[in-house]
Design a protein around this ligand. Structure first.
Ligand SMILES: *[C@@H]1O[C@H](CO)[C@@H](O)[C@H](O)[C@H]1NC(C)=O
Ligand SMILES: *[C@@H]1O[C@H](CO)[C@@H](O)[C@H](O)[C@H]1NC(C)=O
Ligand SMILES: *[C@@H]1O[C@H](CO)[C@@H](O)[C@H](O)[C@H]1NC(C)=O
Length: 411
């Protein structure tokens, strides 16, 4: 039985990977001028000896070259510590990191000076395709105190993109990260597609993709099952488009948490469209902290055509966010939420309170609209002949409703 399942799995997996390779090859520039293979730099790819040095040397050679260059990581399992693939790569027009192999992270936390495992930074025209990034996080999850303590040591993120411009990440897989899977920070023009992310439902802070301080980010065709948000859009982002995301298990697709730190950047222009959430704790969520030290704005968000399958909280704005039992006080959030549209949201909810819009008493939400919301209760006592009535809760917000509304509008 088990062997049959395994076989099926490998069969499906090879089908999947072959289709991904086809997708990827279109991403790779046709005019590559120089190729640098990590094996030529001494990488063993045997899954045991530390190949970090070879990877860094191969990157340095590629980055120091000119034209359209490629860093090649052939099939094999490469055991590596923290890797910094940093630029600037002055004379390089594009740098393609083409992975066929698996990178396997060290489990020795002492090896990490910064909380990142594989870092790509300060480059223009970076293309990362293929490969599996295995964070081997299970060993370190018990050391993560962040879900319970506000001041905590953050564990390494599997893949960090920082300060890159014109980046493509396609066909990559990230599994069992120690902390976040992928973080995208201070990047301009980032395109991610065909990305697979997987960690157990109960793994702490294993957010799929976290965004902060970026402009123009498009993420599409993602399959994410993890222990925290599938995608979290943090402070300082503008023009973010998320489409065709399959999320679950996990905490859903979130904007936030916003308003935790001083002088946070605004979040402007978010479009989330054609996504499916399955068995997640939230569907689409905006969350902001109480006691925000500075004011900021979150505006112009559209959530359109979202299918919920057995989701706990399908539509939720929570401006009273404080995950720790002891937050300093409870001053209202100073994040202004403006111009938010929920459109064509359907499927099933585990919680009768399927729409929950809890805005700040200091800064009521403005211009929130719900159009065509159709949810069915399938929690305890739900199903055929169920008498449980779905409801909406609204605090400090007067939403505009149109089209179908189930649950019925709050008043
Ligand atoms: C870039 O190319 C120019 C012209 O060939 C050369 O002078 C310069 O040293 C190169 N820069 C780097 C960082 O290699
Ligand atoms: C990104 O680069 C800009 C300009 O070089 C710099 O001002 C900024 O601090 C960098 N961001 C990070 C996160 O390093
Ligand atoms: C709202 O955001 C979208 C991107 O998601 C952008 O195209 C549009 O121009 C923005 N509208 C306003 C009024 O800023």
């Amino acid at each position: 039985m088990e062997q049959k399942l395994c076989f099926l799995f490998f069969f499906l997996f090879s089908l999947l990977t072959s289709s991904l390779v086809a997708v990827d090859s279109r991403r790779i520039p046709a005019n590559i001028t120089h190729t640098f293979n990590v094996k030529k730099f001494g990488a063993r790819g045997n899954g045991r000896t530390d190949d970090s040095k070879a990877f860094i040397e191969a990157w340095r050679a590629a980055c120091g070259s000119y034209g359209a260059v490629r860093l090649e990581i052939p099939s094999g399992t490469y055991f590596v510590g923290p890797l910094k693939f940093n630029g600037p790569c002055t004379n390089v027009s594009s740098i393609t990191v083409q992975l066929q192999g698996t990178l396997k992270a060290t489990t020795d936390l002492n090896k990490f000076k910064n909380p990142h495992w594989v870092e790509f930074g300060w480059v223009n025209g970076l293309i990362v395709t293929g490969g599996i990034f295995d964070g081997q996080g299970a060993v370190s999850w018990p050391f993560n105190k962040c879900p319970k303590q506000m001041h905590c040591k953050v564990l390494p993120t599997n893949i960090l993109f920082v300060n890159t411009t014109n980046t493509v990440a396609a066909g990559i897989t990230s599994i069992n990260s120690k902390f976040f899977h992928i973080a995208i920070l201070s990047c301009t023009n980032f395109k991610g597609s065909n990305i697979k992310i997987r960690a157990p439902k109960n793994s702490p802070n294993t957010d799929g993709i976290h965004l902060e301080h970026n402009s123009v980010v498009t993420l599409s065709h993602l399959t994410i099952g993890t222990g925290d948000d599938c995608v979290s859009i943090g402070q300082g982002n503008s023009d973010v488009t998320l489409t065709k995301i399959k999320c679950g298990p996990g905490h859903g697709i979130s904007v936030g948490s916003l308003g935790r730190y001083k002088d946070e950047g605004d979040v402007r222009g978010v479009l989330v469209r054609d996504c499916t959430l399955t068995g997640t704790t939230n569907g689409v969520r905006i969350k902001t902290w109480q006691n925000s030290p500075s004011p900021s704005t979150a505006s112009n968000f559209t959530f359109d055509n979202i299918l919920m399958n057995d989701v706990d909280n399908p539509i939720i704005i929570d401006q009273h966010y404080c995950p720790y039992s002891k937050c300093d006080s409870s001053a209202p959030s100073r994040v202004k939420i403006r111009d938010i549209k929920f459109r064509n949201i359907r499927g099933t909810t585990m919680n009768p309170e399927a729409v929950s819009l809890l805005c700040s008493q200091g800064m009521p939400c403005k211009d929130v609209t719900l159009q065509d919301v159709s949810l069915k209760y399938v929690g305890e006592g739900g199903g055929v002949g169920a008498t449980t009535i779905l409801n909406s809760k609204c605090f400090n917000v007067k939403p505009t409703f149109s089209g179908t509304q189930y649950p019925p509008p709050c008043r």
